[in-house]
Write a protein that binds this ligand. Structure first.
Ligand code: FES
Length: 275
């Protein structure tokens, strides 16, 4: 039987989709993260009503839900514009030009960090490392990568977005609006997942060099094929240390068994005394 809950102003279809997300997991509370993304796709941010409806559906307290929504930076408590533009200003991107890009965009858009332009089109935010350091400096639009940016290309990017021109990520995917992207993050695919390559040349360079030079990874047992791709070129020392530790544990166990069978030295004296 479907549990009756307060709708908190959400329509039937949103409530049904929230229930659908919760039902994907053995423990329904595991659905909280995608549920919050769905609410952002509907309301443009996580609202107090959104927190209440998640709490009711998942049988959590509002404080539990609020704690999650305020912990992760992908959940926004203030309205986000049509496009969320995140400029990486973490160390590598910063020194490669990220700081300059962020300053130029702030001036060009006339907004501060985490602010939205007057026309509601762009929310600018400086973001931490996006694990794309090999393409530094990077800008993200609704979490799609724009690699190897310059202040000039970043200004052109936001101008194109505001003008409604179709823009593609430098990795191929067409950019959608922030709300559309949030719906995808909630687990409702929009068919763009296969647009563009899975990995670019900069990310694959290490793998190519390893293959050219014949570097191989240590035998990882059943997962050897995967580890060979991921760990090519990794020194063998850690594996050897682990093997050494195992050997020494086996030695201690073997010695204990021998002592039990035929006590020698101090162990024999102790046993005699005990008897
Ligand atoms: S420092 Fe910018 S992606 Fe890593």
């Amino acid at each position: 039987m479907t549990q009756e809950i307060q709708a908190h102003g959400f329509d039937d279809s949103t409530i049904a989709e929230l229930r659908e997300i919760a039902a994907r997991y053995p423990e329904k509370r595991s659905g909280l993260l995608p549920m919050l993304h769905l609410l952002q796709s509907v309301q443009g941010r996580v609202t107090p009503e959104g927190i209440e409806v998640c709490a009711d559906l998942l049988e959590l307290s509002a404080a539990d839900v609020s704690g999650v929504a305020t912990f992760y930076t992908m959940y926004k408590r203030r309205p986000v514009g049509d496009y969320h533009v995140g400029v990486c200003t973490n160390t590598l991107c910063a020194v490669m030009g990220g700081d300059e890009i962020f300053t130029r965009l702030k001036d060009h858009l006339d907004v501060g960090n985490d602010e939205t332009t007057d026309d509601g089109s762009i929310t600018l935010e400086h973001v931490e490392c996006n694990a794309a350091c090999d393409y530094a400096p990077v800008v993200m639009v609704n979490w799609e990568f724009m690699d190897n940016q310059t202040p000039e290309s970043a200004v052109q990017l936001v101008d194109d977005l505001r003008a409604g021109t179709e823009v593609r990520s430098t990795r191929g995917a067409r950019l959608c609006t922030w709300r559309e992207a949030e719906r995808v993050l909630a687990g409702f695919p929009d068919g763009r997942a296969d647009e563009g390559p899975g990995a670019g040349e900069a990310s694959l360079l290490g793998l190519r060099l390893a293959r050219e030079r014949g570097w191989t990874a240590p035998d990882g047992g059943d997962d050897a094929d995967d580890s060979a791709a991921i760990g090519a070129g990794v020194p063998e020392e850690p594996e050897q240390k682990v093997a050494g530790a195992k050997e020494s544990d086996d030695d201690v166990a073997e010695q204990a068994a021998v002592e039990e069978e035929a006590p020698t030295g101090e162990a024999a004296a102790d046993k005699e005394e005990a008897q």
